[in-house]
Design a protein around this ligand. Structure first.
Ligand SMILES: Nc1ncnc2c1ncn2[C@@H]1O[C@H](COP(=O)(O)OP(=O)(O)OP(=O)(O)O)[C@@H](O)[C@H]1O
Ligand SMILES: [Mg+2]
Length: 251
C-alpha cells in the first residue's frame, strides 16, 4: 500500500529524515515512536504534501502511484487522512459545511440533508460528541481533547483508507482516550484500511494492537519490533531498550 524508499527530507536547510525507509501493507497497523524532534510529524507532513518540507531524495509509492507527484487535494481524495498533532482552527467554516462537500466529493454522489444528518448524528453518538459540534466551526474554540475527537468525527464521515494519527492520544483524558481507542479499533475492524500511529505511550496501543512498532532516530528507523518493544520503551526509555534488547534478543 505504501512504500517509502530512501527518503531524505530537509526543512529550513536542516536534514530531518535521512534515507528513511518504511513499507506498510493493506490492513496493517504500524506504530512509530521516537524522541521529541526526531521527525515523526515531519513524515506525516511529507505524506500529506506540505511543501514546507523539502524532499531532497527518495520516493514514495501509494498503491503503486507516485505520491510525491500528487497535490494534497489529490492525496486526500485518494483516501489519505491525517489527524495532526495540533489540529488547526478554521474559523467561520462549519464542520457540517466542510464535511458535506468533502463527503460528496469523496463518494462522488449527492447526499440530501436527511441522509447527511443521519450520518452525522450516528457518528456523534458513537464518539460521545455533543450534536452541537456538527454546526460549530472546525476546531473553533475547542479544547485540545475536543479537537482530537472532532478530527475523528471527520474520519468516520469521510472513511479514508490510509490513516495517519499524530499523537491522537496526547492531551486526552482517560475516558475519552478509551472512546477514541475503541472507535479506532472498530473502524479498523470494519473498513479496509491501514494505520500509521505516532505515540509516546502504550495506553492507546493496548487497544489498537499494532502489527509493527518502529523507533525513529537520526532520520531513519533504527529498530522494529512488536507491541513488546513499545512496552520496553515505556518502561526503560529509548536508550534503555536498545541496550536491554541487544543483550536479550540479539546476543
Ligand atoms: N517548519 C519548520 N521549521 C523549522 N524547523 C522545523 C519545522 N518543522 C519541523 N522542524 C524541526 O524538525 C525537527 C523534527 O520535528 P518533528 O515535528 O517532525 O518532530 P517529532 O518527532 O514529531 O517530535 P515530537 O515528539 O515532539 O512531536 C525538529 O527539530 C523541529 O524543530
Ligand atoms: Mg510530532
Amino acid at each position: 500500500m505504501l512504500e517509502i524508499k530512501n527518503l531524505t527530507v530537509s526543512v529550513d536547510k536542516k536534514i530531518i529524515l535521512k534515507d528513511f525507509n518504511l513499507n506498510i501493507k493493506n490492513n496493517e497497523i504500524h506504530a512509530l515512536m521516537g524522541l521529541n524532534g526526531t521527525g515523526k510529524s515531519t513524515i506525516c507532513k511529507v505524506l500529506m504534501g506540505d511543501d514546507t518540507y523539502k524532499v531532497e531524495k527518495g520516493s514514495i509509492l501509494y498503491n503503486g502511484k507516485d505520491l510525491l507527484n500528487m497535490d494534497t487535494t489529490t492525496r486526500a481524495r485518494n483516501g489519505i487522512y491525517l489527524v495532526s498533532q495540533n489540529p488547526i482552527e478554521i474559523e467561520g467554516v462549519k464542520n457540517s459545511e466542510m464535511l458535506k462537500i468533502a463527503l460528496e466529493s469523496v463518494k462522488g454522489k449527492h447526499y440530501d440533508v436527511f441522509e447527511f444528518s443521519k450520518i452525522m448524528n450516528n457518528v456523534c453518538e458513537k464518539l460521545n460528541i455533543p450534536k452541537s459540534f456538527i454546526h460549530r466551526g472546525i476546531n473553533e474554540s475547542m479544547s485540545g481533547g475536543e479537537r482530537k475527537k472532532n478530527e475523528l468525527m471527520h474520519l468516520w464521515v469521510l472513511e479514508p483508507f490510509f490513516i495517519l494519527l499524530d499523537e491522537i492520544d496526547s492531551g486526552v483524558d482517560i475516558d475519552n482516550l478509551n472512546i477514541i481507542s475503541k472507535s479506532l479499533k472498530e473502524y479498523f475492524d470494519t473498513h479496509s484500511c491501514s494505520i500509521l500511529i505516532i505515540t509516546h505511550h502504550t495506553n492507546i496501543l493496548d487497544k489498537i494492537r499494532p502489527n509493527y512498532v518502529h523507533v525513529l532516530n537520526d532520520g531513519k528507523i533504527v529498530e522494529t519490533g512488536d507491541y513488546k518493544l513499545a512496552q520496553d520503551i515505556e518502561k526503560l526509555g529509548f536508550n534503555g531498550t536498545n541496550n536491554v534488547r541487544k543483550k536479550k534478543d540479539y546476543e
